[in-house]
Each structure stands twice: as C-alpha cells, then as structure tokens.
Design a protein around this ligand. Structure first.
Ligand code: SF4
Length: 358
C-alpha cells in the first residue's frame, strides 16, 4: 500500500516551555543597591540589557507607557520595581496560615479572577523586596510570640513568588531560614513551574509547596500567562522527590457546563501524572469562586471579553469581616462542588487530607 504525502500523519507539535519572566522595565528604589539582592538584580538587569530607571519611590511611578488604562495595566504587569519592605507588621492569612510573609507583591499572570486586581488597585506592577533579612527577623519575632505553638507563614498572599524566584531568590532564603525554626513553617502556592533552584535547598520538611490546579475549562479560559497544567504537575513531582511536603489548591472552583466531568478529570489526571512519592502527606485546599462588586467592575474593564460568570442574581451574598461582602455560590451548588471533589479526592488519594473548603 502506498501512502501519499497527504495521508502521512503530521508529527506531534512540541509545546514550548513557559518561559521565565523577564520584565520590560525595572525601577530601583533608593538604597536598594546597598543590599546584596538589590545589587544582584541590578547586575542581572544590566547583563540582560533590560531598560531600568532609578526612582525615589514606587509611589512616584505614574507614567507607565500606554494610551489607555488597559494598556497601562498590561505594561504594569511587565514592570518590576525593586524596593525595600518598610512595614514589617505582617497581615493575618486565614485559613491557610497564621501570617502572610511579604517578599513580593504583584504578578505577571493574567488570571481573570485574581483578587490582586482589587487589592493592588492602581499599582499592579510587580515589586520584589530586597531586605529579606529584616523580613525574616520579623518572622522570628512572630514565631517567638506563639511558642510552643507552630506558626505558619504564607508567602503567596500578594504575589506568585515561584514565578519571580529566578529573579529574586527570596523563597530559597525563606525556606532555609524556616528549616532552622522548630516552631516555624512556610507555605506558598503557585501556578508556575520554576522550582529548580529550590530543589537543593535545605528545608527540613518545614516548607509545604502547593500547586494551584483546576479543570481544563478554567485553565484554558481564565489563566493566561501562567505555566501549563502539565508543567505544574511535573514541578510538583520534582519538589516531592526533593522531600518537600506537597499540596494542591483547587481554586477558584467554577461552576461551568460539564463541571462534574471537568473536575473528575482533574483529579484523575493528577493521580495519573503524580509520581508515587508525591502522594504521601498530600493536602488539598478547595476554594469556590467568589467576587466582590468592586472586583466585578475591575475585571469587566480589564478583561472585557471574559467568560467569567459574575451574575449577582445567581449567587449568594456572604457578609465580609472588613465591610464589603462577597458573592459565592448558593449552598446547593457549593455543596455539590464540595461533595464531588471530596469524593474524587478520597477515591484517588485515600491518604490525603482536605484542609478546608471555603
Ligand atoms: S498566578 Fe496567581 S497571583 Fe498571578 S495573576 Fe494568577 S491568580 Fe493572580
């Protein structure tokens, strides 16, 4: 039998790895070059030929390129500000940890639902703090206050620190610091796979690395500019083999057509892709999609074509502690999501723990 050229199957397309983040423009705040991290980032910026400017304060950065607010927003997400963290009072971070440890703010991802869009307001650029030693010293104070209780610190409350790790190196420093704290624990969550520099860090099992995963529909439609699902899972396998406790955050859980199949497939894909050594001491955190009225307005302006459903009529209003309440799914839908995911998780990962559903 002869095969014509047209019959020949085309070779499978090789998907490119999600590249490490390189900013288009970098600002340095005063005195940052006096810190080793500031100096190192400065040398890297020069070596890479990235345009940079000195600024007296990030508050003075008002002239980001772009004709419209939307263009400026996109450019801000490609702008890095190297600064010093002045406030060393940590915010609380329930339910995942006792405190948020601030090593960076902002993110280059474009997740439509991301709450940083409202919390960072008019300053969506990325900031890396160079005074990690002072931040760790402050953490030590918080640990001592609660001894002999364990104190957990969440490093991903205001940023995706793994996406920035190749530039900052801050996570590695925190991991090694926390390894020596009998009563301190570190945790962070990510949608990026840039974990290689963390694999050789001394961690003593005191850092839990969690990967944010979701149904194919959610990743495809709402998470531009983040690492692919397969890359995140591969990274989970790597950190598990390096001895880190591993977890998954399924968030935001979104009610969509075919959600049962979508979320069942997610758990099956996790089970199929994870190496056996990643499944001991595995935790899951489940967070249903929620939004505030302010967030809805911001998201509709920034991602005008988004398919993200934010119909207030279809949601339940949940009063917030700090004033503005949130819209979550009505109890019946929330229960259905929680039950399906819990059943699937325990079916495929019987030894895992579900830390919470919220
Ligand atoms: S990766 Fe995380 S922090 Fe970054 S835009 Fe997406 S949700 Fe926000």
């Amino acid at each position: 039998m002869s095969i014509t050229v047209m019959d020949r199957p085309s070779p499978p397309k090789e998907r490119k790895a999600t590249p490490e983040f390189t900013p288009d423009l970098v600002y340095f705040e005063p005195k940052t070059l006096e810190y080793p991290k500031g100096r190192r980032i400065f040398d890297w910026v020069q070596q890479e030929g990235i345009p940079y400017r000195m600024t007296t304060s990030h508050n003075r950065i008002t002239n980001l390129p772009g004709e419209t607010e939307l263009e400026q927003y996109k450019n801000a997400k490609r702008t890095l500000v190297v600064g010093i963290r002045k406030t060393l009072k940590f915010d609380t971070s329930k339910p995942s940890a006792e405190y948020a440890i601030p090593i960076a703010t902002g993110c280059m991802g474009h997740c439509h639902y991301c709450y940083l869009q409202t919390t960072l307001g008019a300053k969506p650029y990325i900031r890396i703090y160079v005074n990690t030693d002072e931040i760790m010293e402050a953490a030590k104070g918080y640990i001592q206050e609660r001894e002999p209780e364990i104190t957990r610190f969440e490093a991903a409350c205001t940023s995706d620190p793994v996406g920035l790790e190749p530039i900052s190196g801050s996570l590695r420093e925190l991991i090694e610091f926390m390894a020596d704290q009998p009563h301190g624990r570190l945790r962070f969550v990510t949608k990026y796979h840039h974990v290689d520099s963390l694999l050789s860090a001394k961690h003593n099992g005191h850092t839990r690395i969690r990967f944010s995963v979701n149904a194919e529909y959610v990743i495809r439609n709402f998470e531009p500019n983040t690492s692919r699902f397969e890359e995140r899972i591969e990274a989970a396998g790597k950190v598990a083999r390096a001895g880190y406790p591993v977890g998954f955050i399924i968030a935001p859980i979104i009610w969509h057509e075919g959600w049962e199949q979508g979320y069942s497939e997610l758990i099956e894909r996790l089970a199929a892709a994870l190496p056996p050594d990643a499944t001991h001491d595995l935790t899951f955190e489940l967070i249903q999609h929620r939004f505030t009225k302010t967030a809805k307005n911001v998201i509709e302006r920034r991602y005008p074509k988004t398919k993200l459903e934010m119909d207030i009529e279809k949601r339940k209003y949940k009063w917030g502690r700090w004033g503005q309440g949130k819209y979550v799914y009505p109890d019946e839908q929330a229960d259905a999501l929680r039950m399906l995911l819990s059943e699937r998780i325990f079916e495929f990962f019987p030894k895992s723990t579900i830390d919470y559903f919220t």
